[in-house]
Every structure is written in C-alpha cells, then in structure tokens.
Design a protein around this ligand. Structure first.
Ligand code: BGP
Length: 481
C-alpha cells in the first residue's frame, strides 16, 4: 500500500527573521538581542547570559546584521519556494521592526507594511503564511529598561506587539506560533528571553520567573488572537527530541523522564492552561520565590493552544551517572546536554541522526496532548561544495530528509496521528542560530555568502535537493527517490 499524506498536508520550509533578513538598522528597526550576539567564541557565553553584551563593538562580527539580506530579496526567495511547490512558509516577524523600542505606543508603519507585502507575496502563490511571533528576539530597549523577561512589564509590551500584528494581518494569516522553542529559555536564556546574570543571582529563579511571564504572555496572545481572528490556529513551539535512557537501569530511566519534564513544563502549561503537578512540586523543591498571581492562573486557563508545533533534529540520551555523562558527552549541539548514542550516526556538527526518534517523539506528544501536531523544523546542517559548473550535489541532505519523510508517512498512516504539516528548517541557507556560521547550511537553495564577514554576491542557486523536494511535494510525499 502506498503511504499517503492528506491532500491538505502543508509542505514547506521555515526561517527566522534574525537569521535571514539582515538590514538590521534600516527603516526604523530597533536593536534586538540577536543583533548583539556575536560570531565566534563569545557567542555561547552571550547566548547563555554569562557574558553581557547589550550593544555591538568593533571587535566582533555580528552575522545577523546582514543575514542573507532576505529583507531585500524576499520576492526572489518566495518565488523559489513557490517553484518548489511550497504550501506553507513559516517565518518570524522581527518585534523591533514593528515596535522599535519594544513597547512603543504607535507601531512603525514601514515595518508593518514590509511584512504585509511579504505575506501578500506568499498568498499570491497560494502559500499559507505561518508566523512565529517571537523567534529568539527580545528588544534591547526592553532589556535595558526591564532586564528582559524576568520583569512582568514584558507581558504588556508583548501584547502591544501582538495587538499591532493581529489587527494588521487578520484575514491573511491563519497559523501563528507564540514563541519559538520556548523551552530553550532554560539553556540559552539571553537568546530565549533577554536574560543575563550577575554574580550571586539566583539563576534558576530568574529563568523560571521569565518562563512564567512568557507562558502568561503566550496564553494572553492566544486569547487575543482568537478574539481578533476567530478562525485562526495558534500553537506553542517546543525544541523537541525525546530523551532516551543510557541503559535500562531504573535510575537512567527516571533521569530521562525527569529531563523530558524540563521541556514539558512549558508545553503542559500551554496546552492545559495550568502547571502540571510535577512542575509545581519542582518549583517548590527548588525553593523558588516566584511572582505567580491568581489572575495569571485565570489568564493561562483562557489561552490554551490549538496545536503543538515543534522542532525535531534528533533524539537525546541521558544517564544518571555523572561519570557516564562526562565520558559520553556529545560535542554536538552545545546548548543541550545529551550523550553520544552509539546506535546513531551524526552530522558534521555532531547532531545525531535518528528518523525513528521522530516517530517516538510524535507519539509521545500526541499521547500526552491529543492535539494536532506540526513539525515546524527538521533538517541537517552541512558543508556544501559548489562545483565548477555551479551545481551543488547534496545527497546527504536528501538522505536525511527522505528518511524523516518516510517516518512521517508511518506516523500518519500507521499511527493515525493528525499531522498538519512539515516546514523543514532553512529551505534557503541562513545564519546558524547556535554557531552564527553560514557554512552550516540547511538549504535547498544555496546562498553565496561565507563566514568571513566580507561582502559576497548573495547569489541564490538551486541545489540537487531543491529538485528532490519539488518532486516530493508534487507527488504529495509518495515519490521520495
Ligand atoms: C532551532 C532554532 C532555529 C535554528 C535551528 C537549527 O533551535 O529554532 O533558529 O537555527 O535550531 O540550529 P542551528 O542554526 O544552530 O544549526
């Protein structure tokens, strides 16, 4: 039997404003966290809030400043997405293009008009826009004023921003995501929530307080979106990937369950509108002194999400034994602790490749939430070589994606799960979030730009995978050769 995808399955790709737009200081855009996160050795310390950087200096390179200049190339890029047959394009709006200081009373008309034009360009080709409201960008003005999401004032600022974009794009945008990978706040607090720490501060308390405010803001945004756009669907967004236990030692199993709960802390709250018992008990055990009001609980309850969207690049693995952790710690994604699973191959960046893990993750999420699922990021970062004739052969990318698409067919046909769509990560090469590199490429479309910071042509070229994905979409997932 041929494994089929639903007729209305949303095939497409996903990007984030700060990783592709560039043009960081034009048309009234204000400064944002992502603009001050440098390339090189200081990137992770800044992402983690261990090194304070609230402005740019001459010593560092800031890849977000230029990105791939999609700000000026969006028509050309969307035309290429349309050529592949995209049904959906997930992108994020840069908060500071709309409200340059994060909480301005009057939105910046140039910013609003820019995204309206981008949305219209998608609609022109029958591409459904899927908008991430906040993808790793907190306005710097709000960090200077409030210290980022550790302050309750951020909720009002975020709601001002949501009000502006909902009112402007109602009738054009049906799918919304409140915060990209909300659980990454725990691992990259500056990138996720504009947080940084000074000596002696209670980091856990600050992070969980910020998480709470983001969760309240998310719920209030869902409620507002439903009021302004009754037909819209609003999702949460998890950096997903099930934790496997290192062994069948019950201690490892328990540790894996608990580590998964670090992430469910967020999604449970967004789906059920209240903290799960384990989260309440943990916050109590950690002795966190949090500002959580009765009104917050009412707000959280009134803004439950409609679907579960998530990124999936890999499964994860954990042990309860510190020695095992030390010995098998994976050099890959530095942001998240995981062990090297001996059964899995890895990408050049050490990200492990586990298509079946996608099935495990989807089933776990559906068992837990019983809401439609949306895979909004998946892909492999790799070095590509441009041949003399200009062609780019990337069989490794096709292999990775083919195996994941096959698993998606199983998820739909055999498990019967409601999967709304698939927006693979970075259909066009963009700046890497974790490393700031250009050479870590995910795209079907190659962009002539390197890591040197020197001016490049920015020329777009189709890789072999471009034609492969086009065929996959045209056959609605049945021709994967
Ligand atoms: C996710 C982010 C994206 C993205 C992707 C790939 O965590 O939501 O913004 O970039 O991972 O990661 P990277 O770019 O670090 O390879």
């Amino acid at each position: 039997m041929t494994k089929r995808f639903p007729d209305n399955f949303l095939w497409g790709g996903a990007t984030a404003a700060n990783q592709c737009e560039g043009a960081f200081d034009v048309d009234g855009r204000g400064l944002s966290t992502v603009d001050v996160i440098p390339y090189g050795k200081d990137r992770m310390p800044v992402n983690r809030g261990q090194m304070i950087m609230l402005d740019c200096d001459d010593e560092h390179l800031y890849p977000a400043h230029t990105g791939i200049d999609m700000y000026h190339h969006y028509k050309e890029d969307i035309a290429l997405f349309a050529e592949m047959g995209f049904k959906v394009y997930r992108f994020s709006i840069a908060w500071t293009r709309i409200l340059p200081n994060g909480d301005d009373d009057t939105p910046n008309e140039t910013g609003l008009a820019y995204y309206e034009s981008l949305i219209d360009e998608c609609l022109k080709y029958g591409i459904e826009p899927l908008v991430t409201i906040c993808h790793f960008d907190t306005p710097i003005s709000l960090i200077k004023k409030y210290g980022g999401w550790k302050n309750r004032q951020m909720i009002d600022a975020y709601m001002k921003y949501c009000t502006a974009i909902f009112n402007r794009y109602k009738g054009k945008v049906k799918y919304w995501i409140t915060f990209n990978e909300i659980n990454m706040l725990l691992h990259m607090p500056f990138m996720g929530a504009g947080l940084y720490f000074t000596e002696g501060e209670n980091e856990e308390e600050i992070k969980y307080q910020a998480a709470h405010y983001e969760l309240v803001a998310s719920a209030k945004a869902v409620k507002l979106a439903h009021e302004i756009m009754p037909d819209c669907m609003v999702g949460c967004m998890l950096a997903a990937g099930q934790y496997y236990p290192w062994s069948c030692n019950p201690k490892d199993i328990y540790r894996a369950m608990e580590t998964d709960r670090d992430n469910y802390h967020f999604i449970d709250a967004q789906v059920f509108g209240e903290y799960p018992l384990f989260a309440l008990k943990r916050m109590e055990r950690l002795n966190l002194n949090l500002d959580i009001t009765a009104q917050d609980s009412i707000d959280m309850k009134s803004g439950c999400v409609d679907f579960i969207s998530f990124s999936y690049y890999s499964s994860r693995c954990i042990s309860d034994d510190p020695e095992v952790i030390e010995k098998h710690k994976r050099p890959g994604n530095a942001a998240i602790l995981s062990l090297k699973n001996p059964h899995l191959a890895s990408s050049e960046w050490g990200w492990q490749i586990d298509p079946l893990g996608l099935r495990i993750t989807c089933n776990t999420l559906y068992d837990r939430y019983r809401k439609p699922l949306f895979i909004v990021e998946n892909g492999i970062g790799a070095v590509d070589t441009v041949e003399e004739d200009g062609s780019i052969h990337d069989p490794y990318r096709v292999d990775y994606m083919r195996e994941h698409v096959k698993v998606m067919a199983d998820i739909i046909n055999e498990d019967g799960l409601p999967l709304l769509g698939y927006t693979m990560w970075g259909p066009i090469d963009i700046v890497s979030a974790s490393t700031g590199e250009m050479k870590k490429r995910y795209g079907f479309i190659y962009v002539d730009k390197d890591d040197s910071g020197k001016e490049c042509s920015l020329k777009r070229s189709r890789k072999d995978s471009f034609y492969w994905y086009k065929k996959v979409i045209a056959s609605n997932g049945t021709d994967l050769d």
